[in-house]
Design a protein. Structure first.
Length: 184
């Protein structure tokens, strides 16, 4: 039963990234090892994006979200997202962008399972690029993907919390409700 406030509840918005970077111990050498692969990542982007949209378009429930959207625009945005993984810079502006991308998906009514299920495509292509940078880049890539998964989920949780908090007038109470705490 949840009967106390948690320090993690005070971590919000882009400060989530610095908290997680500390938690995962992402250091400058790891960041640089990915930044050094930036050009190779850019060259690998088109193949990744092709696989990404082939899968989404092959399934009715996911293809529905892409109808009416400009394929060129979507491909460009996912390419930029991919390139940023290999930017070597993971700071609060990186986190802010990623949280906002998560929010865009919440707003189109997309269940979080779909973006999460797409990550294997990112991993498949990203592992090939990261391998060129040796063990340091390989482990750094895993950490940056874990950071992204965490931020994507955080964006969804933020929405639930925000709306429930507004509805019941208290974020603390909303957190307790979402935790299933008894005796509220
Ligand atoms: C790893 C998973 C995914 C990544 C990295 C990703 C990335 C992105 C990015 C970077 C944008 C642009 C956001 C912005 O406006 O700044 C975007 C928009 C969009 N994404 Fe995704 N996406 C993912 C999964 C999905 C899935 C599974 C779907 C649908 C089934 C989807 C549908 C869309 C649509 C429709 C937009 C355009 C929204 C709009 O502007 O109206 N995405 N995505």
């Amino acid at each position: 039963m949840l009967n106390q406030d948690r320090k993690s509840w005070e971590v919000t918005d882009e400060s989530v990234a610095s908290e997680l970077i500390g938690l995962m111990g992402i250091n400058d050498q790891e960041a640089k090892s990915l930044g050094a692969l930036s050009d190779q990542a850019k060259q690998a982007a088109a193949a990744m994006v092709n696989d990404f949209y082939s899968r989404l378009n092959a399934h009715e429930n996911t293809a529905e979200y892409l109808q009416g959207a400009s394929s060129e625009r979507l491909r460009g945005m996912v390419t930029a997202w991919w390139n940023d993984i290999f930017s070597g810079k993971y700071d609060s502006s990186y986190a802010k962008k990623r949280i906002e991308i998560g929010h865009v998906h919440v707003r189109i009514g997309l269940p979080v399972r779909y973006p999460l299920a797409m990550l294997d495509i990112i991993l498949q292509h990203g592992d090939v690029v990261a391998a060129n940078g040796g063990d340091l880049a390989k482990s750094a890539f895993k950490k940056i993907i874990a950071l992204d998964v965490a931020i994507f989920n955080q964006a969804y949780e933020n929405h639930q919390l925000k709306h429930l908090s507004e509805l019941i007038g208290s974020e603390r109470l909303a957190r307790r409700l979402l935790s299933g705490a008894e005796g509220l």
